[in-house]
Design a protein around this ligand. Structure first.
Ligand SMILES: NC(=O)c1ccc[n+]([C@@H]2O[C@H](COP(=O)([O-])OP(=O)(O)OC[C@H]3O[C@@H](n4cnc5c(N)ncnc54)[C@H](OP(=O)(O)O)[C@@H]3O)[C@@H](O)[C@H]2O)c1
Length: 248
């Protein structure tokens, strides 16, 4: 597939490398221009371009930018053909994104994104920590391969999202519609706890909506104490131990 990725941070850089290695034609962009993209992002053949170029003539657009930056790309997204699959990896962290009243009042994060973008999306890769994503990929059929939940409303979006998750080295798990995607939001048992497909159904079912915010904030406070601020991410070992203790 022809894929345009916006964002080459913790998650986007691994997406660029894996999806290129899987044989996709990948273009990547950040907000500062192609010359600022690190060479290792491009190691498997992805090309650094501008944001506008990243969205030209692609089958799939992947948004891997902070939730509070999505509004900046709405004009570009609104020009995409209706059949283009738009993938969004974002999570809402108010300390980073600022408070968003609708989400604070209980709107499902990805339902808010759908409203903002004015089009359907598919939500994979939001529920895997960046270090697990970078180091725990395995070939299909491997024992204990980690699963990633995928929520979508359009069948074509779900199909493509699930295929791309498999291509990045993880089992794709159908997590139902966007309205249910709160079950894979920060604070939920399925969020960044590195579960297998056999464990995922029960984890999604066990999510308790009223406890998500508090558990998310507890985890964030522990991570900030451990690794400091500045957007640093915990390593997989610590992040998964912490999230399992708090979310499951
Ligand atoms: N980190 C994780 O473990 C993790 C796990 C799952 C999901 N997520 C979610 O995935 C999203 C990305 O997270 P991350 O940790 O990868 O973020 P990050 O490391 O902060 O990287 C963000 C990337 O987005 C780019 N960007 C920002 N605004 C842009 C715009 N208007 N156009 C194009 N590119 C833009 C940035 O480019 P510049 O530097 O040039 O601005 C940067 O490359 C977030 O919503 C996050 O919550 C993160």
């Amino acid at each position: 597939m022809n894929i345009g990725i916006l964002g080459v941070g913790h998650i986007g850089k691994t997406l660029a490398r894996r999806l290129s290695a899987a044989g996709h034609d990948v273009k990547v962009a950040n907000s500062r221009g192609p010359e600022t993209i690190e060479p290792d992002v491009l190691a498997n053949g992805a090309r650094a371009v501008t944001t506008a170029q990243a969205l030209e003539d692609v089958d799939v657009v992947i948004l891997s930018i902070p939730l509070n930056r999505l509004s900046a790309v709405v004009p570009l997204i609104s020009k995409l053909p209706v059949e283009t699959v738009v993938v969004d990896t974002s999570n809402y962290y108010p300390h980073r994104d600022g408070k968003i009243d609708a989400i604070e009042s209980g709107q499902v994060e990805s339902a808010w994104v759908v409203e903002l973008l004015g089009r359907p999306i598919v939500k994979p890769w939001n529920a895997i920590g960046s270090d697990s994503f970078a180091i725990k990929a395995k070939p299909s059929g491997s024992p204990d391969r980690i699963a990633i939940p995928v929520a979508a409303d359009r069948e074509q979006d779900r199909k493509v999202g699930m295929q791309l998750v498999e291509d990045t080295g993880f089992d794709a798990f159908d997590a139902g519609p966007i309205a249910d995607s709160w079950r894979q939001q920060p604070g939920a048992p399925a969020y960044c706890t590195d579960l297998t497909a056999a464990e995922m159904d029960a984890a999604l079912a066990a999510a308790e909506r009223s406890r998500l915010q508090k558990r998310r904030d507890l985890a964030l406070a522990a991570i900030m104490e451990r690794v400091g601020g500045g957007g640093k991410n915990p390593d997989a070992d610590y992040g998964v131990r912490l999230n399992r203790a708090l979310f499951m």
